[in-house]
Design a protein around this ligand. Structure first.
Ligand SMILES: Cc1cc2nc3c(=O)[nH]c(=O)nc-3n(C[C@H](O)[C@H](O)[C@H](O)COP(=O)(O)OP(=O)(O)OC[C@H]3O[C@@H](n4cnc5c(N)ncnc54)[C@H](O)[C@@H]3O)c2cc1C
Length: 430
């Protein structure tokens, strides 16, 4: 057997797994499809969340719940050194890039009315971080610990043997089969490893396919809001599928992001936002540096892999998730997957513990998650710009997420705007 562990995928999950296993003396090979792990072209808002209120909630009660990874994390900064700390698994990751704290999340209507997600300047809810720097840091640490990293290699599938696993790969020089005692599927949302093991047969489709994300990295954006603000914009006439996001980067850049479905292209959404909306003057002196993109899973999002271990293969990070584990959840998961394999290879039983940790540490594994996601008022899709302006103006000063503010104030909306109330109620009942 050539390797103790083959890790498929060099995102935050796979890099963390390779680093952890190599530091414990395992002979590790990490394979990555991209040519350069440290170069990130996939769109990511690059927020390290300390807490997050998401729009999902029971509409009748306005109850909120967290999304993504739900164990506590923190960021420690001492002098020019920073660490991401994961209190659940009990590990930390050094980070040499820039960080910028977010204190405010300011949501805008088409005419500029604001709803604040958190109390202004109250406390830090997350940090902008540079994903590229994180990838370089993790890669350097994994290689320093002795992990072998092969880029430009596609993992095609895995097959369990009695005492190990065979991983089929494709390189420039052709196809080949590698052997190891264990493997980790960290190849993201569209995991070929998970598919090859037949685990997708047990998953249900719960969200449509065709979601496309685009981010513009820009210089010279001039808002009149503090740099510590994350901004979102509900403008149905420009994007009926979701909000447009604007955040300040850690390196004096700004990121404008949009998600769209079907025929509508997120590039069109962003171009219209920066040239035709009332926020266009902020972009008068702005310069586009780079565009990044991402697409949802072909065939739509699937419910989570319930038991993320199949023989000698451990599924980790987005590879087993319906939505996102987040960068932080992916790292925590890579660490836990590697730890479980280290123990198992030492003759201890650890996969059961890993499965339990996976099931309790991510919001998407809670029974109410998918149900709650369906109980939302789809404001972008249903409302006109004027109706969004009404909601934002009417409830200005109320803290929270627009969908939940609407849910909590349906009586007022029924009295003042019966046709809007009717439209929203009908959409949720469907
Ligand atoms: C638009 C957008 C914004 C986001 N914003 C945030 C945010 O602000 N904060 C946050 O925490 N998270 C955010 N996320 C989510 C976050 O990016 C993911 O949850 C996280 O990257 C998952 O890490 P991972 O390592 O499991 O998977 P990935 O990051 O997807 O890494 C998988 C790796 O495997 C490689 N790979 C894929 N297939 C193969 C194959 N067959 N063989 C070999 N290699 C393969 C890929 O090239 C990739 O490098 C965002 C996601 C999107 C789409």
């Amino acid at each position: 057997m050539k390797y103790d562990l083959i890790v498929a995928g060099g995102g935050p999950c796979g890099l963390m797994a390779a680093k952890t296993a190599a530091e414990e003396g395992l002979k590790v090979l990490l394979i990555e499809r991209r040519k350069d792990i440290a170069k990130i072209n996939r769109a990511c808002t690059q927020i390290f969340y300390l807490r997050k209120l998401t729009p999902a909630g029971k509409s009748e009660t306005g109850q909120t719940r967290k999304d993504g990874y739900i164990e506590p994390v923190s960021v420690e900064v001492t002098g020019d050194k920073a660490r991401f700390v994961f209190h659940g698994p009990g590990c930390a990751v050094n980070f040499t890039g820039c960080l910028r704290p977010y204190l405010n999340w300011i949501q805008h209507s088409p005419s500029g009315h604001q709803l604040h997600r958190y109390k202004l300047n109250d406390r830090v809810w997350g940090f902008y971080f540079q994903k590229q720097a994180l990838a370089s840091d993790l890669l350097a640490e994994a290689q320093k610990a002795g992990a072998r990293v092969q880029q430009d290699v596609i993992g095609l599938g895995a097959e369990n043997t009695g005492n190990g696993v065979r991983v089929a790969i494709e390189t420039k020089s052709g196809k080949q089969v590698l052997e190891a005692r264990a493997a980790i599927a960290a190849d993201g949302k569209r995991s070929k490893i998970v598919e090859s093991l037949g685990l997708n047969k047990k998953r249900r489709r719960f969200a449509p396919s065709g979601r496309k994300f685009v981010h513009y990295i820009m210089e010279g954006v001039e808002t009149d809001l503090p740099d510590s603000s994350f901004l979102s914009f509900t403008i149905p006439s420009i994007n009926p599928h979701g909000n447009i996001m604007l955040s300040m980067g850690a390196d004096n850049t700004s990121v404008v992001g949009a998600m769209a479905v079907g025929e509508l292209c997120p590039v069109t959404v962003i171009d219209r936002f920066i040239s035709d909306s009332m926020f266009a003057p902020w972009f008068r002196n702005a310069r586009l540096i780079k565009k990044e993109g991402a697409v949802g899973r072909k065939g739509g999002a699937l419910t989570p892999v319930k038991e993320p271990v199949e023989g000698n293969v451990v599924v980790a990070g987005d590879a087993g998730a319906p939505s996102e584990t987040w960068v932080q959840g992916a790292m925590a998961c890579g660490f836990q997957a590697a730890r479980a394999i280290i123990k198992e290879l030492n003759g201890q039983k650890a996969y059961g513990e890993y499965i339990k940790w996976w099931q309790k540490s991510f919001a998407f594994n809670t029974p109410e998650y998918l149900q709650l996601n369906q109980g939302l008022y789809p404001i972008n899709r249903l409302c006109t710009d004027e109706e969004v302006d009404y909601i934002y103006r009417r409830f200005e000063g109320t803290l929270g997420i627009p969908q939940l503010i609407v849910a909590n104030n349906m009586d007022i909306i029924r009295a003042e705007r019966p046709e809007l109330h009717e439209k929203l109620t009908r959409a949720v009942k469907k």
